[in-house]
Ligand binder design. Structure first.
Ligand SMILES: [Zn+2]
Length: 290
């Protein structure tokens, strides 16, 4: 893996390199091949703003930084802020938080491994669930306690991974509504207000229809592991190197195994960078999660 963890260099050279490599095409396959979800940066997003945001309450520091193998992500104690209106693509303010979000779930074993990874490490994740994939029923039992504790948050990624911008109004509502009901019935949670439009495709009409259901926060991202299709482990680590940065919302996918083979390296990256993983509900208040 890349050893250069200097933040200044990471933010310039590496990011440009990654974006340039994306421009060459990556031979992606799968549900979102060559779609905006494969890009490092979501369309039409804003930069992480300087606005006041949640901050970590200082905790007593251990005498020495434990090695990654012994490190468990803390449960953050945050001053939460109201989720801002409009499209969400970064966490507000200054800090050391990372919202690691993962989507779809076309591979049941990958979903299972992510759940074990979270259970073993304390890492906090937001899953954008596409309920029509059998993985969500296959793994419901092992997921339920992590969801109940809030360590893994479930959010709405539509029932069948539809491009909402291409559907008539009634089908947009049905895609979000059916998935909402599935999440409530299966896990006993209210996924609102966060929905991620498949392929990042949404518009004012889609957002208004979603808001009518209480899904008022279209959630995109500020950096991608670019694994909606199959990529190699080394590539994946390079994307993580480029985007595992403070106050970023990063998107990954529950579709292909390579990411599960580099969990130790990804975890070490969090430790080395002093990043604390958070769910969206850890950071934001909303009507459903005051
Ligand atoms: Zn997706």
């Amino acid at each position: 893996m890349r050893q250069n963890l200097d933040p200044a260099k990471r933010g310039t050279v590496t990011r440009r390199t990654v974006l340039a490599s994306l421009g060459l095409g990556l031979g992606l396959a799968g549900c979102a091949a060559l779609a905006p979800e494969t890009r490092g940066r979501a369309p039409g997003i804003r930069s992480p703003g300087p606005a006041a945001g949640p901050t970590l309450t200082p905790r007593p520091q251990p005498a020495a930084v434990p090695p990654p193998a012994a490190f468990r992500q803390p449960v953050p104690v945050l001053a939460r802020v109201a989720v801002p209106p409009g499209t969400l693509s970064a966490l507000p303010g200054e800090g050391s938080l990372l919202a690691w979000t993962v989507d779809d779930g076309s591979n049941s074993e990958v979903v299972a491994r992510y759940i074990r990874f979270a259970a073993d490490t304390g890492i906090r994740l937001t899953f954008f669930v596409t309920g029509s994939y059998g993985a969500w029923t296959d793994n419901a039992e092992s997921l339920r306690s992590l969801v109940a504790s809030g360590q893994i948050q479930l959010a709405n990624h539509t029932w069948s991974h539809a491009d909402l911008s291409a559907l008539p109004d009634g089908e947009v509502t049905a895609e979000l509504g059916r998935n909402h009901d599935f999440l409530t019935d299966t896990f006993g949670v209210d996924a609102r207000p966060y929905f991620r439009p498949p392929y990042g495709r949404h518009n004012g009409r889609v957002d208004a229809l979603a808001a009518d259901l209480g899904y008022t926060a279209p959630t995109l991202w500020y950096g991608s592991l670019s694994d909606s299709g199959l990529i190699g482990e080394q590539q994946l680590l390079e994307f993580a190197d480029a985007w595992f940065l403070p106050q970023h919302i990063v998107i990954g996918h529950l579709n292909f195994e390579p990411v599960t083979n580099v969990f130790p390296q990804l975890r070490a990256m969090l430790v080395n960078r002093g990043l604390t993983t958070v769910t969206l509900n850890d950071v934001f208040t909303s009507a459903s999660h005051p």
